[in-house]
Design a protein around this ligand. Structure first.
Ligand code: AHR
Length: 661
């Protein structure tokens, strides 16, 4: 075959240009053999608060709302069903002497048949009922006169019975007794209700009327909603912060979170109003209370279940400064400080101590191994510093190894922040909690925020953050891909600075589609379904690809903090001997980079590539399309003799795991 000289020349030129253009792809250089600093196992965690129906009506799987009639309106959530009306046949009474759970309901049944006299509970925006599942009904009762049967039933949104049984009280007399009975649902229903029909002739008092599904997390009776907890467990979070958030502070001090009141049997846990009940006039939630069926013991147990360090936050003697800003006088702070000391004893001491015994009696003789404790949520000003100093002195004197988390207020900049940041650093704070609810653009511009932080000073806990598609507290905020990608980009900066940033968590965590006060939120649920937002998948990609050491990762000698619309961080996982590279490409163009693992002679030809992408920055996940924006994982083949060529899709977050040999 004859090939002309001209053709040979032109082929040679094209080949040259091709190699040249490949050679011209910018290089991301990772100094893979020189770890810069360690990454704390706590690096990526979760923040839990009872907001947006997070606990009651959320992860706490109780289906009955206002089970103890202690809401401000005692029959809120209940409907009285009367075919034969009789004055005084259903009344609310108040036990004098019981300050924790005074109210109960009294039924006078005057020869009634099933269907004539009853009470119906509407649940939290309805009850999610599943066909074939067992439901456990329990009640505290006092059967003073005659004989009254309880026909309990689940009903669907049209009023049809979809599961039923009958409880015949076994005890008579003046003593309260707890009894339980289970039955199965015959249909699935998202908007179910629960009803008790009374039958017979007599008088019966009822309290703590409760209904739980069988399929709770770890099948614990009275436990948590398994699908929601599974989403957390799948993240393998390094810590769980609880119980908030502003509910720690309370609207006033009487409504602050008091952990000691959340222990023991549920009828002894005093309900209080949830501060999100009335916080936003534009999102009123008049039926939002905290029953504390989910209390501190359960939070510690949850942390243990999902392998996360528990991070409780306590009130520092200050109510929410956006609300009443009530202060405990310094001279009266003792009981608050004692609560902190007792909490450490509750979590860590042997069962032969006062609070260790309380834990053991609740079923956990082994310590929970608490290492971190937060003092104050979003508190600020000199009043906070004064109180914090008192807490710190007392806690460090008794428990020098407990790391204390301190608040830097509500914002990541401004006078409040500057004042606290300086004071706390002067105090040699262990960990400073920073919060930022900002625009996606802020997150992109702040990817280098921690590059200049003091390496030897206080550590940072990015304790609450979320990109706001509209503005903070706007009801228009959505969990779109643009926001999630900006968080992914920003988080490369947290990871690069793991020497300074030891913990980070997105906030808020959960929201019920019909019961939220605050958006955006990481996980959305209704009565039967739950899904992770694009933001959830970003968080999950970080926490399940967290590694142990930071590696210097640069392009043209500089960390990638937005040059060419790219953000990157490289880390080492010593446990698996892998280099993990994370790159956010915020442009709408595909980009190619060569990745150089400096100092590495051999790596496995098989590598893992995980990509989270969507060409539409407005893309959302929904109940119907829950994985619209979700990671796709593949095994790719590399040429171990060459640099790695990495194609970065438009609007994407890429995780590459390369095994070193
Ligand atoms: O996450 C919602 C709220 O935002 C938290 O309760 C509070 O700490 C912050 O202001």
């Amino acid at each position: 075959m004859y090939i002309s000289m001209k053709k040979i020349l032109s082929l040679a030129v094209s080949l040259f240009l091709l190699t040249e253009s490949f050679a011209q792809n910018p290089v991301i250089n990772i100094q893979a053999t020189q770890p810069v600093s360690t990454i704390q196992p706590t690096m990526w965690g979760v923040f839990f608060e009872d907001i947006n129906m997070g606990a009651d009506g959320g992860i706490y799987a109780e289906l009955v709302k206002n089970r103890s009639f202690e809401f401000f309106k005692p029959l809120m959530g209940w409907k009285i069903e009367r075919k034969k009306a009789e004055e005084g046949d259903i009344i609310i009474q108040n036990r004098q002497g019981n300050t924790v759970n005074p109210r109960f309901i009294s039924i006078k049944a005057n020869n009634v048949a099933k269907g004539e006299l009853g009470i119906t509970n509407e649940g939290f925006k309805g009850m999610g009922i599943k066909k074939g599942l067992r439901y456990d009904f329990s009640v505290l009762y006092r059967h003073q006169k005659g004989a009254v049967k309880l026909h309990v039933e689940l009903i669907d949104s049209k009023g049809n019975t979809i599961g039923e049984t009958t409880l015949i009280p076994t005890a008579n007399g003046h003593e309260w007794k707890k009894e339980a009975i289970s039955f199965n649902a015959t249909e699935t229903e998202a908007k179910g209700k629960f009803r008790i029909w009374f039958e017979g002739n007599g008088e019966i008092d009822l309290d703590m009327i409760s209904l739980f599904p069988e399929d709770t997390w770890k099948k614990r009776p009275g436990g948590m909603r398994a699908d929601m907890i599974q989403l957390l467990a799948d993240m393998k979070p390094g810590f769980i912060r609880f119980p908030g958030g502003c509910i720690v502070e309370g609207y006033d001090l009487s409504q602050r979170y008091q952990w000691k009141k959340t222990l023991g049997s549920i009828e002894d846990r005093q309900l209080i109003i949830n501060r999100w009940n009335f916080e936003f006039a534009h999102r009123p939630a008049p039926d939002y209370y905290q029953t504390f069926g989910l209390g501190f013991f359960e939070y510690f147990q949850l942390a243990e279940d999902i392998g996360a360090e528990p991070l409780p936050i306590l009130n520092c003697g200050m109510a929410c400064q956006f609300n009443t800003a009530e202060l405990v006088p310094l001279s009266e702070l003792d009981s608050y400080v004692q609560d902190a000391l007792d909490l450490i004893e509750f979590a860590n001491a042997e069962p032969n101590t006062k609070w260790g015994k309380v834990r053991a009696d609740m079923g956990h003789p082994a310590p929970f191994d608490l290492k971190f404790l937060g003092i104050g949520n979003e508190n600020w000003g000199p009043q906070y510093v004064e109180r914090l100093k008192i807490f710190t002195k007392a806690i460090k004197a008794k428990y020098p190894n407990i790391k204390l988390v301190n608040s830097s207020g509500t914002d990541p900049n401004g006078d409040r922040f500057d004042y606290l940041n300086k004071e706390l650093r002067d105090m040699k704070a262990d960990i400073i909690d920073e919060h930022y609810y900002r625009t996606p653009d802020w997150f992109l511009k702040n990817a280098g925020r921690y590059d200049s932080y003091d390496r030897n000073g206080a550590k940072v806990f990015a304790g609450e953050y979320a990109a706001q598609s509209d503005k903070t507290v706007s009801v228009k905020n959505v969990n779109n891909w643009k926001c999630a990608l900006s968080e992914a980009a920003f988080m490369t900066g947290l990871e690069r600075n793991a020497q300074v940033v030891n913990m980070a968590s997105y906030a808020p965590l959960f929201a019920h589609a019909e019961g939220w006060q605050w958006t955006p939120d990481m996980i959305w649920v209704d009565n039967l379904r739950s899904y992770g937002t694009p933001n959830y998948y970003v968080q999950k990609l970080y926490s399940t690809n967290k590694g142990t050491h930071v590696l210097n990762t640069s392009e043209n000698g500089k960390p990638l903090t937005g040059q060419g619309d790219l953000y990157a961080s490289g880390i080492l996982d010593k446990a698996t001997n892998e280099v993990i590279l994370k790159v956010a490409n915020i442009s709408d163009k595909e980009q190619i980079r060569e990745v150089n693992l400096e100092g590495i002679k051999k790596f496995d030809a098989k590598a893992k590539l995980i990509v989270l992408k969507n060409t539409n920055p407005e893309a959302l996940n929904t109940f119907e399309n829950a994985t619209n924006v979700s990671p796709v994982e593949e095994t790719i083949t590399l040429n171990p003799k060459k640099k790695i060529s990495l194609t970065l899709a438009p609007n994407s977050f890429t995780v590459l795991r390369v095994k070193l040999l």
